[in-house]
Design a protein around this ligand. Structure first.
Ligand code: UDP
Length: 326
């Protein structure tokens, strides 16, 4: 049993991981400013501290309350497209606020840190992307995550902070009462399902002239339950290892068009498609080789078929058409 502070534990992935941590017997304190997260996503059995990573005194108060052995850090801005319009916001939220959290971890003697990194640090690659593939973010969001990976390296070297940097490919799906609810929503699967529900007229395809088989971008869609299990394994891994930086994906690439087709199949609804220009900052293809996570963490993704992943998202969306709003 560990005391775990979960920064961003009211968000999509953070809420689900908080629940898994509780089920595994850990004592969880969620720290979140609720700017993007939802109080309803925080498990009932977790303590909740409302605070902001921009304010070191808020973090210090949370540390005093949680007395964490480990910190999991999900708090941050997550949208590649938006980061290309508002870079300062992304650097402040994702880099400067994470630095506050890292400093607080060192001050409080926290031993382990698990960080949500991203596939967006990679240059697009025709092959599967391994940890040694070329790193070259196509957008500001990816750059902010890469900067934190670099900070972690030095905090380990200098302060001995043990860490796992987990590079998520495209998180999707839902687990029980928790699912994806961003406002505004920008992600492909929830937007497509909103169109299926009739909550929007259509789904836009951002660019049909990419160097991919059907001209639309290819991504690796990974179920949030599988991302969740990787966090628990990473936390255990840091019992006996100093650091790990690894990709988390299924290794299967699906184009935007294939995702929409699968959603039409799963929902049985007609979904109107509108082809538009490219969205700045999108890499053509990001698909993971996750051998390192499988080998080192013993991680095995369980829900790997796109129809099952979309099916879980669809079940959640039909039950929560307005997200967490009543
Ligand atoms: N996308 C799209 N239409 C939308 C939203 C997304 O065509 O309304 C595309 C986007 O350009 C990217 C892929 O879907 O190629 C996945 O985008 P998302 O924002 O879900 O995740 P990202 O890969 O940016 O993290």
């Amino acid at each position: 049993m560990m005391n775990v502070l979960v920064a961003g534990g009211a968000g999509y992935i953070g809420g689900i991981v908080s629940q898994l941590l509780i089920e595994a017997g850990h004592r969880v304190t969620v720290f979140d400013n609720l700017s993007k997260g939802h109080r309803e996503a925080v498990p009932e059995a977790a303590a909740f501290v409302r605070g902001d990573l921009a304010h070191p005194e808020d973090i210090a108060a949370a540390m005093r309350q949680a007395r964490p052995d480990a910190v999991l850090h999900f708090a941050g801005l997550t949208e590649a497209g938006e980061s290309m319009q508002q870079p300062a916001r992304y650097f402040r939220a994702n880099v400067s606020n994470t630095l506050n959290l890292l400093e607080a971890c060192v001050n409080a003697g926290v031993g382990r840190f698990v960080f949500s990194s991203t596939a967006a640090i990679f240059a697009a690659n025709d092959a599967l992307i391994s940890e040694s593939s070329p790193i070259s973010p196509a957008n500001c969001y990816g750059e902010t995550k890469l900067m934190v990976e670099k900070m972690l390296k030095w905090f380990h070297a200098i302060h001995g902070l043990r860490y796992a940097a987990l590079r998520y490919f495209n998180a999707c799906g839902a687990v029980g009462p928790r699912g994806e609810a961003h406002d505004p929503e920008t992600h492909l699967i929830p937007l497509t399902l909103r169109a299926a529900l009739g909550l929007r007229p259509d789904i836009a395809i951002f660019g049909t002239d990419y160097p991919t088989p059907d001209g639309t971008c290819v991504r690796d869609y990974i179920h949030v339950a599988d991302l969740g299990s990787a966090h628990l394994k990473a936390l255990d891994y840091l019992d006996t290892h100093d650091t790990i930086t690894c990709n988390l994906g299924n290794g299967a690439g699906y184009s935007v068009r294939e995702v929409i087709d699968a959603a039409i199949e799963v929902t049985g609804k007609d979904i109107a498609i509108r082809e538009t220009a490219r969205r700045p900052g999108d890499a053509p293809r990001l698909v993971a080789a996750s051998d390192l996570a499988r080998r080192e963490l013993g991680w095995v993704p369980r829900i790997t078929q796109l129809p099952d992943i979309i099916g879980d998202a669809w079940t959640w969306m039909r039950a929560h058409p307005r997200g967490y709003q009543p």
